[in-house]
Design a protein around this ligand. Structure first.
Ligand SMILES: Nc1ncnc2c1ncn2[C@@H]1O[C@H](COP(=O)(O)OP(=O)(O)O)[C@@H](O)[C@H]1O
Ligand SMILES: [Mg+2]
Length: 285
């Protein structure tokens, strides 16, 4: 596909204070979705667990030189260790891997002068030629979540619907407000929204939390003010359409492919479309 013209670069931090909420899966499907529409995307993994390599079908980063650790090192000169993703399908999607080499880089961060600003500094000093940069962060928000926060323009938070678990939600928002103030981020990264993720519509509890009813289900009374989207909106935050749980994601990740490539035409990956559309609008406006 011909490359599209963007007006500005969007740097999206995908963050949540829970593991297994589907952050890396979301990062992959957003990267592919935006890349397939002709925009240039770089996915940066800030997680030392290296799950990007598994989910995107890459060999482990292995050495600091092949990972984000190189970018964070003090003698970095702008030669980003970019690897192309799904090259036979898209020509516009690349990644910088995290993985094990990040452990030493994280330890070194504490003695670095610019600590949490270091990734933002690098991207300012050596701009990456990308329309969208996606930061895939670990569940522990610090320190790598802070690096992403200080370097991003927008924050997106997948959240697994756990019954009345608005504590995690409020916790993440408080972290965001507190750190944005503490790091004096100007302009302030925008909180793009929460995304209920890994939603199993066969689970009555998930339907309840999201305020959804199933066909043929007896007319249950759901108090809208008890639903997760409502509570999110009450906080003044946008709630995106939920991402459904599907075992196809497991099959696709086993093959190192986005679901779009693994199972073309499958409806599940279209759950990411509202987010993809929002990001493309931000890039082109
Ligand atoms: N929508 C989904 N449906 C089914 N499984 C999913 C979905 N999203 C993620 N998973 C699976 O859940 C596990 C954790 O997902 P991952 O994206 O690595 O989460 P995180 O990065 O937040 O830890 C992986 O095995 C992944 O394949
Ligand atoms: Mg992850």
């Amino acid at each position: 596909m011909k490359q599209k013209v963007a007006q500005r670069q969007i740097r999206l931090a995908i963050a949540s204070n829970a593991g297994g909420s589907g952050k890396t899966t979301m990062a992959i499907h957003l990267a592919y979705g935006i890349g397939a529409r002709g925009y240039k995307v770089t996915l940066i993994e800030l997680d030392h667990n290296g799950s990007l390599s598994v989910l995107a079908g890459l060999p482990p980063s292995g050495h600091a030189e092949n990972s984000l650790a190189k970018v964070l090192s003090k003698d970095f000169q702008g030669d980003y260790p970019l690897v192309q993703l799904w090259e036979d399908r898209v020509s516009t999607v690349s990644a910088i891997q995290g993985g094990a080499p990040l452990e030493a880089a994280i330890a070194n961060l504490y003695s670095a002068n610019r600590k949490h600003y270091i990734l933002g500094d690098r991207l300012e000093d050596f701009p990456l030629e990308a329309d969208v940069i996606i930061f895939d962060t670990p569940a522990s928000l610090e320190p790598m979540g802070l690096l992403a926060l200080a370097a991003c323009t927008h924050v997106l938070a997948p959240i697994k619907p756990e019954y009345k678990d608005t504590g995690a939600l409020a916790g993440l928002l408080n972290w965001y407000y507190e750190k944005v103030a503490e790091l004096r981020l100007k302009p302030r990264p925008e909180f793009l929204g929460f995304v209920p993720s890994r939603v199993d519509l066969n689970e009555a509890i998930h339907r309840n939390i999201l305020g959804l009813t199933q066909k043929g289900e007896p007319n249950k009374k759901i108090d809208p003010s008890e639903t997760l989207p409502y509570q999110i909106q009450q906080l003044g935050i946008h709630c995106f359409q939920h991402i459904r749980e599907s075992s196809y994601y497991l099959w696709a990740s086993g093959a190192g492919l986005p679901l779009n490539v693994y199972r073309p035409g499958c409806s599940f990956y279209q759950d990411y479309d509202p987010i993809i559309n929002t990001l493309i609008q931000l890039v082109t406006e």
